[in-house]
Design a protein around this ligand. Structure first.
Ligand code: NDP
Length: 449
């Protein structure tokens, strides 16, 4: 092994790459890592963390709205977007420092710069050639604007997190995680938001009742949701941008945000010259051990497009390091991965939707509840909560749990453990609820739909 500079060289300092580097080093490997931008990657610098901080800001707006019902008279309210952005950026600086500290204390050598493969054991960073027994590609993904005229006039979530001023009006294109999350943030802060989605309901892939329930809340929050409508072209206008829609409308707004998916960040990596196989869309092909088509090269995280979630990339990076440097046999397992959409209110799910369960041939029974949470009897707000269990009628196993409502991500995290343990509906029913909570509804839904 000493014939190489490192036992492992990691390209990309996001969640997956950093975890793999640290764990490999803890197993005794000599590890190097390069990052072209800021340590922390998409989640910490341009995604989950800054987004969640803005979501907290948006939730304050909703709290203020309902405050009077609880006796609070708030005579003047002023929101300052630059303060929120500056405070958010200060926190990102702090987190970046923590990431540097983590790598340093693990003994991982950091190279600032873009890593490019030269051969199956060599990476070039800023012209320096570095060799390694194994190479891990953990470069993540990047926003993908749609191929329409004027798309360059739009912003992505990267820029949306750093706008110098709150837009008075914004058009958001897309109906996935990022689209509904940013629609909620901007609407709560006071922007006029128009959401254009080409499909028949937002959040394709989620349970149909959750999608409908969330769409109703988006509308109740003042968002102009236009389904089966896409942006056809964008041009400049005095206000900012003019968007021609596929339904023939023209919308003028300060900004247009494209939340139309992400692509793997593989351009300029030299994958094909080195023989790393990708799919037609550029995703690196890997097996359950994150091995690519080249023996010494591995890949984890969004660049492999298995499930594009930070904890999944971390799990993949950890399993890779344990297997390759810790003498363990740890294939990656992507079973029952819970996820959340930090919309207003949030959505969280684990397991199968009703449609997925039916398509997979289960005898499906569902239990659901759509109610106004106790808090809003005084807040005066109309926000609803929706919960649903998808059950296999043949053996009573709970196949999926779905929620839209306050604290849904916090609640579903616990339910995910129950599903992984193979909980049955009878075991949910036998569990005593915590009263008064919304979560207790998951153990008190007796009547099948
Ligand atoms: P998604 O894949 O979730 O959504 C993309 C949306 O854009 C879909 O509604 C899609 O429509 C639409 N779309 C795609 N291409 C076009 C086009 N050419 N014109 C118009 N609309 C288009 O991607 P996001 O960008 O929202 O997020 C990327 C990934 O990041 C997610 O898959 C998720 O894994 C992750 N993420 C996770 C978060 C979390 O865990 N809370 C938060 C943010 C991101 P259609 O449905 O018809 O395909």
């Amino acid at each position: 092994m000493a014939m190489y500079d490192y036992d492992l060289f990691v390209i990309g300092g996001g969640s997956g790459g950093v975890r793999a580097a640290r764990i490999a080093a803890s197993h005794g490997a000599r590890v190097g890592l390069c990052e072209a931008s800021r340590l922390g990657g998409t989640c910490v610098m341009r995604g989950c963390v800054p987004k969640k901080l803005l979501v907290y800001g948006a939730e304050v707006a909703h709290e203020l709205e309902g405050a009077r019902g609880f006796g609070w008279e708030i005579s003047s309210v002023k929101f300052d977007w630059p303060t929120l952005i500056a405070n958010k950026n200060r926190e990102l600086d702090r987190l970046e420092g923590i990431y540097h500290g983590l790598l340093k204390s693990a003994g991982v050598e950091l190279k600032a710069g873009f890593g490019r493969l030269l051969d199956e054991h060599t990476v070039s960073v800023n012209g320096e050639q570095l060799s390694a027994d194994k190479i891990l590609i953990a470069v993540g993904g990047w926003p993908q604007p749609p191929p329409i005229p004027g798309a360059e006039l739009g912003i992505s979530s990267n820029e949306a997190l750093d706008l110098p001023a709150l837009p008075e009006s914004i058009v958001i294109v897309g109906g996935g995680y990022i689209a509904v999350e940013f629609a909620g943030i901007f609407a709560a802060m006071g922007s006029a938001v128009t959401l254009l989605y080409r499909g028949e309901q937002v959040l394709r892939g989620f349970d149909h009742q959750v999608r409908n329930a969330l769409a109703a809340e988006l509308v109740a929050n003042g968002i102009d949701v236009r389904l089966q409508t896409n942006a056809a072209s964008v041009s400049k206008c005095a206000r900012g941008v003019a968007v021609e829609t596929t339904t023939g409308d023209r919308i003028e707004a300060d900004q247009i945000l494209f939340a139309t998916g992400r692509m793997p960040n593989v351009k300029d990596l030299n994958l094909h010259q080195v023989g790393v196989a990708t799919t037609a869309s550029g995703v690196i092909k890997v097996d359950h051990y994150s091995r690519t088509s080249v023996d010494s090269i591995y890949a984890v995280g969004d660049v492999t497009d298995r499930i594009n979630l930070t904890p999944v990339a971390i799990a993949e990076g950890h399993a890779f390091a344990d297997t390759c440097f810790g003498g363990m046999d740890r294939p990656v397992e992507h079973h029952l991965v819970p996820s959340a959409v930090f919309s207003q209110p949030p959505v969280a799910v684990v397991g199968l939707s009703e449609d997925e369960a039916r398509q997979q041939g289960y005898a499906v029974k569902t239990f659901s509840s759509h109610f106004r949470p106790l808090k809003h009897t005084l807040s005066g707000r109309g926000e609803k909560t929706f919960m649903k269990l998808v059950v296999d009628d043949s053996n009573d196993l709970v196949l999926g749990a779905h929620m839209m409502g306050a604290y849904a991500p916090e609640i579903i995290q616990g339910i995910a453990i129950a599903l992984r343990c193979g909980a049955t509906k009878a075991q949910f029913d036998a569990t005593i609820g915590i009263h008064p909570t919304a979560a207790e509804e998951f153990v008190t839904m007796r009547q099948a739909d």
